[in-house]
Design a protein around this ligand. Sequence first.
Ligand code: BES
Ligand code: ZN
Ligand code: ZN
Length: 458
Amino acid sequence: MIDIYSNQPTNLCIRFILGESEEDLLKLKTGDEGGVLTLSMGPLGALCKNRLRRVGGKACKVAGEFSAKRVRLDLTALRGTDPEGVLALLSGVMLANNRACSYKRDQKESPQAAFFLEGIEDAVAAALPKEAVLCESVLFARELVNAPANYLTPESMAVRIAQEANKYGVECQTLDKSQLEALGMGALLAVGESATHEPKLIVLRYKGGPLPEAPLALVGKGVTCDTGGYCLKSRASLRAMFGDMAGAAAVAGTVFALARNQVSVNVVAVIPAVENRISPDSFLPGDIISSMSGRSIAVENTDAEGRLLLADGITYAIQKENAGSIVDIATLTGAVVTMFGFTTAGAMSNHDGFYSRLNDAAEKSGEQYWRLPTFPEFRKMIDSPIADLCNMSSDGCGTITAGMFIREFAEEKPWIHLDIAGTSWVDAPKWEYQVKGATGAGVTTLYELCCSMGKEAL
Ligand code: BES
Ligand code: ZN
Ligand code: ZN
């Protein structure tokens, strides 16, 4: 909770100060008055949004270390600087002020602190509610990703998302297994149809822009548990796979932020939600499956399931929701973690103009994406001698070939692919505004991208 200071009693004051040199950044000192700490933002010339977001995260964690429940943040030193920077600092506070849900018998009282702002300018105060909505949407995405697989199934995820959609007046529809069969979504069904928790397709429609405008489709991978299927994962990799629906969480969080902030844009979120389990009827390596697009797919590996769901999700977005452009987002490959670690997500695109919008959006959000190539040689790696495509290459390039597979289904529409397998979760936070667990990756960048699409068509 963040509010403007109006003489309420507080038990700690953190005063943000400018430093002399780079080394001062994030340095904490006891202030001249009792109950006041000073936190250095580094030199004025080096202030930037990313740095200020980190400073905000640090302030929140300091408050936690002092067990302060009511904290005054003195931002006077930032008067006259860019309001965007101050908002970034405050978003850092809000994002760090979050703990994963506890399942303990004896629940302690909420550890969250309340913050009161001092010295902020009117422009910041006016823009704060929208920034808070965006942060809450990141926290919503984190909540979904943190939930274990026995709590969050395709069905309960659909219920949770519908509940939130209801609150904000977003149209939400959940298609069940028989409807997916009628649509011919053979790729999605191949992965999920034999699990006890049946597959769902969750669709969120936000119409904030001029009506005839074709919506931007956000397609998010919603695998609530990825065992790998018959290509069973190792014990160690299985452990994290309740979070294999971070793409779904990102697109849902984005749409709720857009709706609550009344952004002028038309967006449809499409979430194929399944469990990738082993059961007597599960699909097998070597199977040839169908897809909604009509293409046949040779299954080389049942653990490469995300691209199968996304393929049908994208075809659905084009055929049934009239998507004009498409972004898919997914915890798709272990290879992207090998490549970029936990700070940077992989990206691909078939459209330079669209991709430069994503770059600008990421510049604003502070998230890091890096574009990978789509050379024709990579496309050959997913050819199959007997089907239209195969779902895995045996020649390496795991992240790229996964993206190339998905690109086939975008039918030449402007398309961006985001692989957040490395960035959706941190055991050890990489920046001060992260906490252990889900990061809510994608929400802020997708939100900025949607804002940009609403302002000007491609
Ligand atoms: N959900 C995984 C990818 C993943 C790995 C997410 C690590 C988060 C952390 C995905 O479904 C998967 O298993 N991909 C395989 C593909 C391979 C079989 C072609 C992988 O990356 O090993
Ligand atoms: Zn998998
Ligand atoms: Zn997966």
